[in-house]
Design a protein. Structure first.
Length: 339
């Protein structure tokens, strides 16, 4: 039977962010029979703006809840009657987290704990938590808090007891065109004729917003509980992004910001012992799980990766070019973009 959201209720924490809005558009168009789609976030202005795009009189499934993942009681009330939770709320800016470490911990770690406990105390059936490549072998606080969050969601499957709920994680790289990311930053800076380069050797994974949406929906449909899903996606070089957007701009080297890596990872050598190839995605399986490994392997035709396998943006086998980046920018970020 094909996956359906008929008569189901979904809540998205951080739902006014780039991915939350993309998920909303996707779900409303593909699953109009959904019972409720709840946007939970703490920014009333962003909710007001989103409600203009998806008004409740046109989309009766929509609900807008003001709330903070730091507030357990508010989460518990919001989760009443909810079937699926997509946890996208987080403090995400690396340098801001370095300067405000306790605020980052309160949102990304204690907030994750609140989401888990609120789900366990209500009747939520499935939870998909969003991660980041920066959670893999982290060197900055943001990455460390998201690694902690990942561990909490994976381990939540061990404490659910009688509850049939499933917790899983999706981890991916930079979302093309998302708020605060390099492409809209460069497009804006192009007007000044200067594109500041942190490190000319820098590389990043690249995924479109739709790719992120597809991955969340894949996990929502297929997760058994405890997996960390990782997409097979291309990398790009920062100098190729700069060339794609502003070939005639000056490109001064300004140095990397606090907590930044030159290259990002999504699977380390140490993860390889628990990593399987599912075809379109990799998955890192939990060390303890409620289901039989052989059944999982047989069901998904999963292939164990070789010991010592690693997946990082520098050694990737698939790369965006200047031309492919220009095409993607026009398609996914700014339809009016011209070089």
């Amino acid at each position: 039977m094909s996956f359906t959201l008929k008569d189901k209720s979904i809540l998205i924490t951080g739902g006014t962010g780039s991915l939350g809005k993309a998920l909303t558009g996707h779900i409303l168009s593909k699953y109009p029979e959904i019972k409720k789609l709840i946007i939970f976030s703490r920014d009333e202005q962003k909710q007001f703006q989103m409600a203009q795009e998806y008004p409740e009189n046109k989309y009766p499934q929509m609900r807008y809840f003001i709330g903070d993942v730091r507030d357990f009681e508010r989460l518990k009330r919001a989760f009443k009657g909810v079937d699926y939770v997509i946890h996208a709320a987080a403090m995400k800016h690396v340098h801001i987290a370095e300067y405000n470490p306790m605020e980052c911990v309160k949102t990304n770690v204690l907030g994750a704990e609140n989401v888990i406990n609120a789900c366990l105390e209500t009747e939520v059936e499935r939870v998909i938590a969003l991660s980041t490549d920066k959670a893999c072998a982290p060197i900055n606080l943001y990455g460390a808090t998201k690694l902690t969050s990942d561990k909490l969601f994976v381990a939540a499957n061990n404490i659910r007891g009688w509850n049939p709920i499933k917790f899983s994680v999706v981890r991916y790289g930079n979302v093309m065109g998302s708020n605060g990311s390099v492409i809209p930053f460069f497009i804006n800076k192009k007007k000044q004729g200067i594109l500041p380069i942190t490190d000319p050797n820098m590389t990043r994974f690249n995924i479109s917003l739709q790719g992120g949406v597809d991955m969340v929906m894949h996990a929502l449909e297929h997760a058994w509980g405890g997996e960390i899903f990782i997409p097979k996606i291309p990398s790009y070089r920062i100098m190729d992004i700069a060339e794609a957007i502003g070939p005639k701009c000056e490109k001064p080297i300004v140095g990397i910001r606090p907590g930044e890596k030159v290259h990002e990872e999504m699977i380390t050598e140490s993860d390889s012992f628990l990593t399987y190839d599912l075809g379109k995605y990799y998955t890192i399986l939990p060390s303890t799980h409620k289901w039989e490994l052989e059944e999982f392997i047989d069901h998904f035709k999963a292939q164990k990766v070789s010991i010592g396998f690693k997946y990082n943006s520098e050694k990737n086998t698939e790369w965006e070019t200047v031309e492919s980046l220009r095409k993607l920018i026009k398609e996914h970020v700014d339809s009016s973009f011209v070089v």
